[in-house]
Design a binder for this molecule. Structure first.
Ligand SMILES: *Cc1c(COP(=O)(O)O)cnc(C)c1O
Ligand SMILES: [Zn+2]
Length: 422
């Protein structure tokens, strides 16, 4: 370790040593940012060392993470991240954009962005000798934790709303976690998880509560900059700095992914490895828009809503990382946008049919946000734009069927096919 300095509260600014606190600020319950010794990192690691790494996972950024090498070479912990960043030319052409990039985080071991967080949380759980890990989840965080825990043989307990899509529940079960479906909302599962962790001494991964989730999620920011640099052919000589996009679009529920991305870009900026931080755009569904509401009324105070959206992964009454999420947009010159569920379904279709990316609704919401941002003049056609897909469409096939419609059933005869083709 040696570069993990401790924590700083996002509300009151109080600082804590690495082992002084576990989750949130004891004074005000604020989320904790992890602080790193940038000088020491700079002394030990050069950008060219990182670029020479042969590790195709988040662990290529180990010098920037507050955990030791978990060392599980043959487990899915090793396969998290380093997801493809590519230029979807058909989509770009249709939208008249010259620098559009898609990063597909549906291609993680458990098929969502949450693997980044869960891998780092499990590494932390091992470092502090935790015996059982627990999380509340709309589905993906749980699947990721269950998968990572299975990889290292650590028991996991997952609490999810009863309404979670079946494929996500199947993932929880098949990874061998103890699964409890709550007769209630994600928010109720969240609160129960905190009580249970306290009562039973479990290590809690809850999003917007455990400070290590954002540290895992920040690796996507590192990848975006490094992959853009590679894509633009800057690898001949060691670059002094990495490229940065102008804008990043990401869907938002609790607000921890956007906060994690912000932390990642800030880390790189503090290290002098990028020259500026991109504008971050958070996209919510109108049916679950607590952070959007705060942003548009110019406050950092998050008021709960009664969430209802088909994008289940971003269906949250009270976002647990709302404050830092609002700041991710305001401090970078980005914004929060809200889109309708129909726009999200349209985005699922567009991504699949024009870029061959099959996203779950929450994953495609970021793309729906780009469409909104273009029509509202938030971004220009020459800007370098990254859209993040956060989850695979196979997670929620019912939603996909809503977007795609039904298949036609025919008799196994040519005439029947001919007739149906009309
Ligand atoms: C969790 C999740 C999000 C939102 O992340 P938050 O940290 O809750 O804002 C978006 N998309 C998918 C697929 C997710 O699983
Ligand atoms: Zn505090």
């Amino acid at each position: 370790m040696g570069t993990f300095l401790g924590y700083r509260c996002s509300m009151c600014g109080a600082e804590y040593d690495p082992d002084a606190v576990t989750y949130t600020c004891p004074v005000d319950g604020g989320n904790l940012d992890i602080t790193l010794d940038y000088e020491r990192i700079r002394d030990r690691t050069k950008l060219s060392d990182l670029m020479a790494s042969t590790e195709s996972s988040i662990w290529r950024y180990l010098p920037l993470l507050p955990v030791d090498d978990p060392g599980h070479l043959d487990t899915p912990l090793r396969a998290v991240g380093w997801t493809p960043l590519f230029a979807p030319s058909r989509l770009a052409e249709e939208l008249g954009l010259s620098n559009l990039w898609l990063k597909d985080d549906g291609r993680n071991p458990t098929a969502s962005f949450k693997d980044r967080a869960s891998a780092v949380v499990v590494a932390r759980a091992q470092a502090i000798g935790a015996e059982v890990v627990v999380t509340a989840s709309t589905g993906n965080a749980g699947a990721a934790l269950a998968g990572m825990a299975a990889a290292v043989g650590m028991p996991a307990v997952i609490l999810a709303p009863q309404t979670a899509p079946q494929a996500k529940v199947a993932q929880l079960l098949i990874f061998g976690a103890r699964v409890f479906l709550i007769e209630g909302s994600y928010d109720q599962a969240f609160d129960l998880t905190l009580e249970a962790a306290e009562a039973f001494g479990w290590y809690c991964r809850n999003t917007g509560y455990n400070p290590f989730t954002a540290e895992g999620k920040k690796t996507a920011a590192f990848e975006i900059c490094e992959q853009l640099t590679r894509a633009e052919g800057m690898v001949r000589e060691p670059p002094l700095q990495w490229e940065t996009p102008d804008v990043v679009f990401v869907s938002v529920g609790d607000g921890n992914i956007i906060s994690g991305l912000h932390k990642g870009f800030k880390d790189l900026y503090e290290l002098g490895w990028i020259g500026r931080v991109p504008r971050l755009y958070g996209v919510q569904s109108h049916g679950s828009a607590a952070i959007y509401n705060a942003f548009t009324s110019g406050t950092e105070e998050i008021k709960p809503v009664k969430a209802q959206t088909l994008a289940d992964s971003i269906s949250v009454d009270l976002p647990r990382d709302g404050l830092r999420a609002v700041r991710a947009a305001t401090e970078t010159g980005g914004a929060f946008l809200a889109v309708q569920d129909e726009d999200i379904l349209e985005a699922v279709r567009e991504l699949a049919q024009k870029a061959a990316v099959f996203a779950e609704p929450a994953g495609a919401a970021s793309y729906a946000g780009l469409i909104r941002a273009l029509s509202d003049g938030h971004v220009g056609p020459m800007e370098n734009i990254v859209v993040l897909n956060t989850g695979s469409g196979l997670k929620d096939v019912n939603a996909a069927m809503k977007a795609a419609g039904e298949a036609i059933i025919i008799e196994p005869k040519l005439e029947a096919l001919e007739k149906a083709l009309l």
